[in-house]
Design a protein around this ligand. Structure first.
Ligand code: ATP
Length: 457
């Protein structure tokens, strides 16, 4: 007799299956490939393919626009990945950026002691094979390398483990060269590197990843107010990005979880197929970073309020989101397998926000002959200046729609015999699968309006 499964087990199996399906879609359609795949891949490293790079760039552009262009009080920078090694002493990373590591003496697997199931932490036996574990030792997550031709301690540098420090060390430069006045922020997007002990769940946790960080400088008496403000703003941002609100929540760090620099911290968590996990951290870093950099560099990093003549070290409210992790969030939230009753089958669809979709408009001639292909190509070229388009003339029209649904293309246009008579086309919507007839001259303004007014149903 077949064993009964509990509801929990079934939903866990479904979640694992969903994750497998997302990974397979990413590979199949050119979103994300294993790095150096022809050599067997490299653990935890992934490459973004033609569609993946479009998606990632659009998430970044969306964040950049929200955080800089649409505001008066945030400017951007792009700092170098390799910085003076003293930066990481001042920041506390050399001393504190460690995870407790244990090895299994039998199977040689490596674990983070604090992330192992409690029973294994207590018994000191491996969760994988039951073998004996070593005692935990602190393992620094920063990658080291050497700058210049000589490999000595003086030339040792680190690959930055966070982008934030590039902002702090440029605080004075930005104040002196831009018209910023406190309260104001500095935003940055870029690569960060951590020698993570355990990497798993596809692109969720990797050794090389990208962050979108914003450091907001405030008067010390206003830190709590701005902390609350940024919590609210950042949650509202995800709604604007089209993420379903019931998939997001706040989690406050308890006193024993707070980083060495933080007075208060909240994570924004997303419900990934493998459970609730951190997506972004919002931290009140106090004046820790600027005071440490003042101390270690010997430079005065205080701010002078020109009205009150008060001189002080500002407090910093940080919003730190993962860009590559956001790609996985967006894909997980968008992915769906829907039964199409009219056609009696299942379609795979990515309900991406149209502003994020790698292709915005698919353009198809109903058939290749009778001049329809040429007409469709002409219409497609007329849209290129405004949207990312994809022209496809191969196979049944239903199949062409499905291929676009699978990569999240929100709008498809079909050119048919009627187009030749009255210059109208069919505009088909990905989510509802509804079709409307529309004149070619109205296409651009209609699609623009659809993108602006998009609401996920
Ligand atoms: P965790 O506890 O998951 O290791 P963290 O609390 O150390 O993460 P932060 O230092 O606050 O993370 O980094 C800010 C953001 O950068 C995270 O919310 C996450 O989105 C992203 N991030 C951090 N580490 C990684 C990683 N190894 N791979 C992908 N994204 C990461």
């Amino acid at each position: 007799m077949a064993q009964k499964t509990t509801g929990k087990e079934e939903s866990r199996a479904a979640d694992t299956k969903q994750m497998d399906n997302i990974v397979s879609l990413c590979k199949r359609r050119g979103f994300i490939f294993p790095s150096s795949e022809i050599y067997g891949g490299l653990a935890s490293a992934w490459d973004y393919g033609p569609l993946g790079v479009e998606l990632k760039n659009r998430i970044e552009a969306f964040w950049w626009k929200e955080m800089t262009r649409l505001r008066d009080d945030i400017v951007g920078i792009d700092a170098a990945i390799m910085m003076h090694p003293r930066v990481w002493e001042a920041s506390g990373h050399v001393e504190n950026f460690t995870d407790p590591l244990v090895d299994c003496k039998e199977c040689k697997q490596r674990f983070r002691a604090d992330q192992m199931p409690e029973e294994n932490q207590k018994s000191g036996r491996c969760p994988n094979c039951g073998g004996e574990l070593t005692a935990p030792r602190q393992f620094n997550l920063m990658f080291k390398t050497h700058l210049g031709p000589v490999e000595d301690d003086a030339s040792q540098v680190y690959l930055r483990p966070e982008t934030a420090q590039g902002i702090y060390v440029n605080f004075k430069n930005v104040v002196q060269t831009s018209r910023v006045k406190i309260p104001f922020g500095i935003a940055q997007v870029g690569k960060a590197f951590r020698n993570e002990i355990v990497t798993k769940n596809f692109i969720f946790r990797t050794c090389e990843f990208e962050q979108m960080e914003m450091q907001f400088f405030v008067h010390p008496s206003e830190d709590v107010k701005w902390f609350e403000y940024w919590k609210e703003q950042r949650m509202a941002y995800y709604a604007k990005l089209g993420i379903r609100p019931d998939r997001l929540r706040f989690k406050q760090h308890g006193p024993d979880e707070l980083a060495h620099y933080a007075k208060d911290a909240f994570d924004i968590e997303f419900e990934f197929p493998f459970g609730w996990r951190e997506l972004e951290g919002i931290h009140n870093r106090t004046n820790y970073d600027l005071s440490r950099h003042s101390e270690f560099s010997g430079k005065d990093l205080t701010y002078l309020d020109e009205v009150s003549r008060e001189r002080y070290l500002p407090y910093i409210i940080e919003t730190s989101a993962g860009l590559t992790r956001s790609v996985l969030m967006v894909l997980s939230d968008a992915y769906d397998e829907e039964t199409v009753e009219a056609e009696g089958d299942v379609r795979t669809v990515l309900h991406l926000h149209p502003a994020l979709a790698p292709v915005t408009v698919g353009v198809f001639p109903l058939v290749k002959k009778d001049g329809l292909a040429e007409l469709a190509q002409e219409i497609e070229r007329g849209l290129r200046d405004d949207f990312t388009t994809f022209y496809d003339q191969g196979g049944a029209i239903g199949r062409r729609y499905r291929r676009q649904d699978e990569i999240g293309t929100p709008y498809c246009i079909t050119i048919d015999y009627q187009t030749k008579e009255d210059n109208t086309v069919t505009l088909r919507f990905r989510d509802s699968m509804e079709q409307v007839r529309i004149g070619v001259p109205e296409l651009i303004s209609r699609i623009r309006q659809e993108i602006r007014d998009y609401k996920r149903v």
